[in-house]
Design a binder for this molecule. Structure first.
Ligand SMILES: Cc1cc2nc3c(=O)[nH]c(=O)nc-3n(C[C@H](O)[C@H](O)[C@H](O)COP(=O)(O)O)c2cc1C
Ligand code: SF4
Length: 549
């Protein structure tokens, strides 16, 4: 890791950053400063244009732009193959299992299981691609609901109607498909570690109808409740402590299922606004699961204890949204012509100190504060949980944080910043966590936006020790064998690079299966392709409105 030679005299107020003086910090974070300033003043942020990644003519120009955004963000000028000693080809020991390289497939669900929670041909195809990717760590494949009412959509995989044997058959089939494809292409799968991501969708449950939210919340949220149509005095959606205790048992049951099915670890999902993540900010909830950090982490700690007792030998991991911002919305003054306006924060000034975030400063909630996330990572390490996958925010209410993109989903706001800032923010936070907790093993997220420069940045970040693994999400949907090509020293197939068109998010938001519609022939030729086109066109028309003054 590149350590600073001298400690900064004036550390930047953005803790993911290594800038030294307020002047330099302002230069490099003017967008964030603008956001804070304007959110207080209630005015819109000045329009900021940014250069698309494919338009950089050469690496030097791209590196120059990176240096403007975050001076210490490394990028190699040449991609190394495994034979040339790529840092991405190094094995790493995770709790006694040697994982073959530093590439990780991020979990990505396809909204394409059966209503009984089993895979379909689309799901199997995706998992086959995960195996062909060349990544030696596969994080969960996709979110797996531990019980039916906790599904994010009626086609999510999971244990439905309490039918464990049906659920187990489904995941056994997926795991076998993945391992077989990996073995066929790479000769063996002995150094491939695959986990299953266990989830309950909490505030974002849609278990029976893709369009019908059936939220299960821990506390009333002054900004999210109105966005989701939850009345501030409707306590029927609050889950009880008894519900939580029964749910802990369901997680333990699902972990036992994963172990029987042959998974190497389970992830207790704590990210993206789903229930696990919501526990971490449940400061206003009374009782044993809210208030202090100790209470807010009781849920995860009790699941860990239960899994240890019931599933000896099963590794446990956590995917964590390590920082958050208040919800964003499209700027109503700058929408129109088929597009929503750029994102601006909801007005949170009436709710200060802001007690509904995790990893953000309650007095200035657009500022990252890693005090509690670091305490959590240390707490997990003391429980022998040292495999962490770091994400942030939520794709539902501040999508530019976890999924930096040039083109938002068609119901989403335009980028409020150069998406490279979003990539750099995530890399910077993982670096800080790794520095604070060097014994834990970290997977970083949000790399797909880097496109042709993904391998160059990935390789440099791993070499610097700023992360242990580079996680790839959307890029795997579009160009699943990019890691394999990189390690083999093959040139990148630029036509297959994910350009962050967001159709893999727009489709499920419109009730369709998820996949890379623009670049993957399987979806290009599917009946859903035309349906998606039609839905996008309808949305565009509905957004062609005169902007509010
Ligand atoms: C279609 C789609 C489905 C996703 N499903 C999940 C999921 O099931 N679990 C999860 O933790 N993250 C999920 N994510 C988030 C990704 O794992 C990843 O964090 C995000 O796409 C940013 O990484 P990237 O820039 O490499 O795409 C999903 C993302 C997409 C685009
Ligand atoms: S639809 Fe394809 S190109 Fe667009 S973001 Fe998803 S994976 Fe990338």
């Amino acid at each position: 890791m590149t350590q600073r030679e001298n400690p900064p005299v004036f550390p930047c107020i953005f803790p993911a950053c290594d800038n030294f003086s307020p002047k330099v910090a302002f230069k490099h974070h003017r967008l964030e400063f603008c956001t804070i300033f304007l959110s207080y003043s209630g005015r819109a942020m000045a329009e900021e244009t940014f250069q698309k990644i494919g338009h950089f003519k050469e690496t030097a120009a791209f590196i120059g732009r990176l240096a403007q955004i975050r001076p210490n963000l490394p990028c190699d000028s040449k991609v190394l193959s495994a034979a040339e000693g790529s840092p991405l080809a190094q094995p790493i020991d995770i709790g006694g299992f040697v994982v073959g390289n530093r590439w990780c497939v991020q979990p990505m669900e396809g909204w394409d299981g059966t209503t009984g929670g089993q895979p379909t041909e689309h799901t199997l195809r995706r998992w086959r691609h995960f195996g062909l990717s060349g990544c030696k760590l596969v994080w969960g494949g996709e979110a797996f609901a531990v019980q039916a009412d906790g599904r994010a959509n009626p086609n999510q995989l999971g244990i439905i109607d309490g039918d464990e044997s049906r659920a187990e058959k489904g995941v056994v089939q997926l795991l076998r498909t993945l391992r077989d494809s990996h073995r066929e292409k790479f000769g063996n799968a002995d150094d491939l570690l695959v986990g299953l991501q266990l989830t309950h969708s909490g505030r974002f449950c849609r278990p029976r109808d893709k369009k019908q939210l059936e939220p299960k919340i821990l506390y009333h949220h002054p900004l999210l409740d109105p966005k989701l149509g939850i009345e501030p005095d409707d306590d029927s959606v609050l889950i009880s402590d008894d519900y939580i205790r029964a749910l802990i048992d369901r997680y333990i049951r699902a972990a036992a299922l994963a172990q029987r099915a042959g998974f190497g670890f389970v992830d207790l999902k704590h990210c993206h606004g789903y229930l696990g993540h919501e526990f971490l900010s449940a400061r206003t909830r009374p009782g044993p699961f809210g208030g202090s950090l100790e209470n807010r982490t009781r849920f995860v700690r009790e699941i860990i204890q239960g899994i240890r007792a019931k599933c000896p030998g099963l590794r446990i991991a956590v995917r964590l949204s390590a920082f958050d911002y208040p919800p964003f919305k499209p700027d109503p003054a700058r929408g129109g012509a088929g597009k929503l306006g750029p994102g601006i924060p909801e007005n949170f000034t009436d709710f200060l100190p802001y007690r509904w975030g995790f990893g953000c400063n309650p007095d200035h909630p657009l500022e990252i504060d890693l005090t509690e996330p670091i305490a959590l990572v240390r707490m997990l390490s003391n429980l022998d949980v040292r495999l962490l996958n770091i994400s942030c925010g939520s794709p539902y209410y501040n999508p530019h944080l976890p999924r930096p993109a040039s083109f938002p989903p068609s119901d989403g706001y335009q980028p409020p910043e150069d998406p490279l800032c979003g990539v750099a923010r995530q890399i910077g936070v993982v670096r800080q966590l790794k520095q604070a907790c060097p014994d834990s093993v970290f997977v970083g997220s949000g790399y797909s936006y880097l496109q042709e420069y993904l391998p160059q940045v990935a390789q440099a970040v791993v070499r610097a020790g700023s992360t242990d693994f580079v996680g790839v999400g959307r890029m795997i949907l579009a160009y699943w064998d990019l890691p394999a090509d990189t390690l083999a020293g093959n040139p990148l197939q630029t036509k297959r690079l994910c350009r962050t068109f967001s159709d893999c998010t727009t489709a499920p938001r419109n009730g369709l299966i998820s996949g890379c519609y623009p670049l993957d022939d399987h979806y290009k030729n599917a009946a859903e392709h035309d349906e998606l086109k039609e839905k996008k066109s309808e949305l565009r028309k509905s957004l062609t409105v005169v902007p509010e003054k």
